[in-house]
Design a protein around this ligand. Structure first.
Ligand SMILES: *[C@@H]1O[C@H](CO)[C@@H](O)[C@H](O)[C@H]1NC(C)=O
Ligand SMILES: *[C@@H]1O[C@H](CO)[C@@H](O)[C@H](O)[C@H]1NC(C)=O
Length: 397
């Protein structure tokens, strides 16, 4: 081999290595999810993850993740800690980081009973004064991020497990009308983003699932726009519903004309099965595959977001003592069998999707589902994703 040939080979392997690391080619959760006909595979991230080089090497890899949700930075206690005193520094630093890397941003959350600042949680309200506060909050925060968010979780966790409405300052003062009101204000603040209802246990708790279906219908009947329902999917190993059952639940929502997504997926091992053994990890892999597979099975399921990808930063052990190891990567950034299982599943789905008319042709399939609106959105955002991926190759002046 001549020195020139060796140099060229070395140069080309270095170049493709660097490109693969930046996610412009190669294989991972997000690139395979897109190849399988979906919009994204995403993760939650927080500002305390910025200085962890091992974390960032994975997070910035566009093969792995194409969508980011700030874990806490856009919650009311952070964005408006005292009335009319808005602070966006923390969430801006996440938005700038991911958007400048050609990744998408999913925004979370506006009307929620938890992580409220004291002035809202413990204020004394009339319907008029609380409506004014809610309007100012939603409008100011959404206008600040206008054009940056694929979707907003407008109303979060409004339901109890028995299907009744959860107590909050909003319910107490405004009654259930606070829900359509929030969506109406949101639509006026940023007409370019998707407006979601987001909740947990919709995968496992029938009275709550039924109530969420009613909630979507109630928002629609009130004439307020709602485009999506987020399934948080905080699940347990060995207690996760089957792929078919999950797909049936998703379909009961998409039948109402909304898209769906898994928005906070993690699947925890439960004590005494901790630390997890081989059988536990194999079950976790099956459970992750059921969730991701159910999204593949439902056309209007646009994507999956995990609530952190490494056990190092999972909220689970500190929030739910006796549960843990819920993520796709270990604390030490090793991929678990669940990661390999999801990638394997997506690889097979990508081959099927590719064979069915190519990656570009797949995008239009959604309009055949009877809900042309979400199909157009998928086309639009997929176009945007392809654009940013393509743009990454073009030197900027
Ligand atoms: C990958 O991303 C880094 C950081 O943004 C950048 O410095 C580098 O030039 C990129 N490499 C390629 C091959 O695009
Ligand atoms: C509201 O007041 C209660 C009782 O004083 C307190 O426990 C709680 O932390 C307060 N909530 C907030 C968000 O400040």
């Amino acid at each position: 081999m001549s020195r020139l040939t060796r140099t060229l080979l070395l140069a080309s392997s270095l170049a493709s290595g660097a490109a693969a690391q930046n996610g412009t080619q190669g294989e991972g959760l997000h690139s395979l999810m897109v190849a399988a006909g979906k919009l994204y595979f995403g993760t939650a991230m927080e500002t305390n993850n910025f200085d962890d080089a091992a974390y960032q090497a994975i997070a910035t890899n566009k093969n792995e993740f194409g969508m980011f949700t700030p874990e806490n930075s856009q919650k009311w206690e952070v964005t408006e800690p005292t009335q009319n005193d808005f602070s966006f520094t923390q969430a801006d630093s996440i938005a700038e980081r991911v958007l400048s890397n050609g990744q998408l941003f999913r925004c979370h959350t506006l009307t929620w009973h938890s992580q409220l600042p004291p002035f809202v949680a413990n204020g004394t309200w009339t319907p008029e004064t609380l409506t004014a506060v809610l309007t100012a909050h939603i409008t100011t925060v959404m206008q600040h991020y206008a054009g940056q968010c694929y979707a907003w979780d407008v109303v979060n966790e409004a339901l109890n497990e028995d299907g009744s409405l959860r107590s909050s300052p909003f319910l107490t003062t405004l009654g259930e009308a606070y829900i359509p009101l929030s969506f109406t204000i949101a639509a006026q603040a940023d007409p370019s983003t998707k407006l979601y209802y987001n909740d947990f246990n919709l995968e496992t708790t029938p009275p709550k699932t039924a109530a969420a279906l009613s909630l979507v219908r109630a928002v629609q009947s009130a004439g307020a726009p709602i485009h999506g329902v987020g399934f948080q999917a905080h699940l347990n190993v060995g207690q996760t519903p089957s792929r078919a059952d999950l797909a049936a639940i998703l379909t009961s929502f998409t039948a109402l004309g909304v898209e769906v997504a898994y928005t906070e997926l993690d699947i925890a091992h439960v004590a005494p099965a901790l630390p997890a053994d081989e059988a536990g990890n194999a079950q976790q892999a099956e459970d992750y595959a059921a969730v991701v597979g159910s999204c593949l099975d439902v056309e209007a399921c646009v994507g999956v977001t995990v609530w952190q990808f490494t056990d190092r930063y999972s909220w689970v052990p500190s929030t739910f003592p006796g549960k843990g190891e819920a993520c796709l990567w270990t604390e030490g950034y090793e991929k678990k069998v669940a990661y390999e299982r999801v990638v394997g599943l997506l690889r097979e789905a990508a081959v099927v999707e590719g064979g069915g008319g190519g990656a570009g042709g797949g995008a239009g399939d959604g309009s055949g589902s009877g809900n042309g609106r979400w199909g157009k959105w998928v086309d639009f955002f997929r176009g945007k994703l392809e654009y940013v991926m393509f743009d990454a190759y073009t030197p900027r002046p």
